[in-house]
Design a protein around this ligand. Sequence first.
Ligand SMILES: [Mn+2]
Length: 442
Amino acid sequence: MCMIRANARAGNEVRRLPGAAIVPNHVRSQFGWSVAYHPIFPFSLTQIYRPGRIPLVRVGAIIRCQMTPLIGPIGKFCMRLLHIADVHLGRPFRWLGRERGSARRAELRATLGRAVALARERKVDALCIAGDLYERENALPAVGELLRETFAALENTPVLIAPGNHDYYSPGCLYDQTVWPANVHIFRQPALTPVRVADGVVWGLAFVGPERRASPLSGAVRPSSEREVVLCHAEVVESGGSSLFGPLEPSALATAGFRFALLGHVHRGQVDEARRFAYPGSLEPLDPREEGPRWALQIDVTGDGVTIEQIPIARRRAIQVELDVSEIRTRDDWERALAEWSPAWLDATVKLRLVGTLRGELSSRPEFIADSLADYDVDLEMLARPEEDLRMLARQQTTLGAFIRATQERIDGASDPAERIHWEDVLAVGLAAFRGQEVTLR
Ligand SMILES: [Mn+2]
């Protein structure tokens, strides 16, 4: 016995379907039947489908239920899409070093695998990928092979790929080298072309170079129904704005008659139902600056609009942490402090700024700080400076002593905070130069 939820389902959230005679295509395609129902009151209902028999209806209200063989679009539900973008397979993650970089690349592959599993679970009508699936310069044939296998697992569910600026299409590129299973469709044209998905249409295009100054909608054929969406890499701009990455004015979407735009390029997730577009964000944060939300988006397209569910899928989040190390003097102190802070870093990619004054062991052997972070995805920025006994150094009858005395005079005589900071920076740079060290200014 199979159960069908006749109300459109989105994860844990159950929405009421408006009106009557609505059936998701993913249900229909699975069972070869559609279920039409006519609720007297707006409510949710669950039907139990028994092959070859009248369905049982488990709901305490008066409804009339009928089974209808499939003879074309029924009702308003058009298609259910799973939308992801900016996977960036093959990303080197150089800042993490060889081992951790390789672990992060494996994580990206695993998260893509979870997106595909999600597409199966949700029985979507298509998995839509809005560009930057991989990075051309790092994409070996093995990446194509991995993608082939990953997408083949979806069997008959279409995978629609609209290449972006990092994985742009050119004849003979990885998209051409790979022998794709029949369910994979790659948009190879720089102008929108349509693909029918269930009772809707997905229009997609490819970047064919690292830049695209034309709007994705330039030369677009006007869609013929309310059930048509755009899938592409693009940068949303205000009216008259320009971009090197497919400038898209949201108002042009409505003017052109598209129901919605499934976009890629911006790595921070954004859903704007009013202006008809969504960015799922990069599948995983690619570096610690990529703060903000990211999801796989389940997009149900109906004749009336879209409903969107944001499904968290990333393993990591990007965070920025600033720590004052002035009170830490020994390696043991540092290890204890780290044990307190670091549990939150295990599922994160972290920009760590150390500020304050380096004292004791932190000053004499600062290299152990970086060593102790080897188990985390931490991009370390050392802004803390060693404690200086400037008064003692200034007494020296040396060039260094003279430099410190002269600079200290300017610091003491500064007329405003900006000037003071300026001369403090001069002192820091000068001291570092005398020692052949690097320094990061505020
Ligand atoms: Mn990208």
